[in-house]
Design a protein around this ligand. Sequence first.
Ligand SMILES: [Zn+2]
Length: 667
Amino acid sequence: MVTFLKQYQELLTKLKAWNEAYYLNDAPVVEDAVYDAHMQELLALEKVNPEIIREDSPSQNVGAKLSSTKFGKVKHEIPMISLANAFGPEEIREWEERVNRIIGEETKRDYVFELKIDGLSIAIDYKDGNMVRAATRGDGKVGEDVTENVRTITTLPQEVNVETLQLGSNFQIRGEIFINKSDFVKINEEQTRLGGTIYANPRNTASGSLRQLDSKVTASRKLDAIFYSLFPQAKTHTESLKQLEEYGFKTNAANNKVCKTIDEVIELYEYWQENKNNLDYEIDGAVVKINQIDLQTTLGSTAKSPRWAIALKFAAEIAETQIESVDYELGRLGTITPVANLSPVQLAGTTVKRATLHNFDQVARLGVRVGDWVNVRKAGEIIPEIVSVNLGKRGETQTIEVPVACPVCGSEVENEDVSYRCTNVASCPAQVLRRIQHWCSKGAMDISGVGPALVATLLENNLIKTPLDLYRLKLEDITGIERMAEKSSQNAIDSIRASRSQGFSRFLFALGIKHVGINVAELVASYFPDLAILESELLNNKGESLVKVDGLGPKIIESLQEFFESDTYKEFKALLQEQAELLDIQSNEAKQVGTRLEGSSFVITGTLTESRSHYEDLIKINGGKVSSAISKKTSYLLCGENAGSKHDKAEQLGVKILNEKEFHELL
Ligand SMILES: [Zn+2]
């Protein structure tokens, strides 16, 4: 029971040391991928055991002391103070009375009603029309410098045409960074395919994404931003909003409303309480501001918050329902997860029927039983969770038993930390299924034509038993299966064939070794580039060189060792040797650093067929530099479709313009 506490402690110590090294010495001691892998592990532990979260945990970034941040500090010249809250009509009327006491009831004023997006506040500075710095709120006085990560937000203009600006070319904008619900769903679908952590809600995911050490990871998360403040301010708040729009910044123009009375404000609040689920982003209420800046100045601020604005929050949504039964689901490592089947209940606009109980520790902690009435909350309104049991309503109930045998194959179950596992690693049908699905997944061998359902069908029809059997399938094997169209069968065969020669790091990840995620697999493969070398290191050298690799903890090495010594691996290896022609795994190579673009600087614009970060990598690997703004010193503009002002500017300055084809020729 205390093992996970020890693990938590170890992770904290490690992450804090890494943070400090990065921050104080400005030099990371581990690769970003390793940092992230450990951070994910920490977050997973904290998610399952929220009571262990310590105030000094790196995950607790909201209001955290910045002494241990991995980012530079930024002092807010204009403090980012937070708003006071009001819950419901009564409290908003009380706020109006407080306002009246200062400016007088008869003073004319407008109320601007804005939706309160559940994201992270950001302040972005522009100099000469170019974005120069972005900082988080932090404690309101000092925030973190997240400029590079904010640059990955594609809807954010990084330069503004200075000539059209009425307020000078140096200004600050403030807004909210968030992940759209539809993108969040896609991120979790992707995580499911990769066998990675499933994120609990868009807000925490946005926060984690913004604070990545690697901007490429941030870019992959599709952050979005909506802005609501501009400094220097115009005479009214609505004028500032209009200016923001004119400069090309996204505001919530469609939903921002000017109200003459508090009654109108309350009407809108009630409308959005009902309709918030129709939006593609999460809101937790509204912000109401006095429109006239001179009145804002008269009202001023208390020590904690401004008097001229207030956050009008929605009540949290919790529903009560009954647990009808509990299913046991098996993961690819045999871990058994209890999942509660609920009497369907309406929650935050959707019908909730299932909620995960995470593990049996969680079951014990909640004291929950089948038949219990429970409170279900939609955390971040995406994944429902059981928060408490209504003991007063307890009738006839049954204990949720820790399984003594695997619910699928009946084999013995073993216990490690908080999890229970089926020990029949080699042939438990549920584990075999999950393992082959994992083998085919995008981050592993990337066999896109063979989805989870097809793997199940192939197993049911005895067409495969191991992942290697996939490589012997013929077109007629698959078309022979009921309802398989010829086109999708061909697609399956083609993508199996294409995966034959994947790189070793993918193959290593595809093996599904405990604690060996994509990042760890890549790290291992960068030192031990093929199966023979890694096997010899583990079996002959007992992993002594692996220990020296920064970022590979004892748990990972132990797990690798265990796997390579296991019968499962020996059998797999024997099969692989018998049929050596099936696979043609490529050795990993250390990244080659070229010099072909040395001394050249690039600016990238427009829509390209590959991601921007792909081209940035290519340029950097070959010794070139990438910047965001064009000047006379720029050597090349890499220009995609729908290029805007940068194209014109490059022409004016005589900077050479390349399309993608010409860029590749240059390389
Ligand atoms: Zn089993």
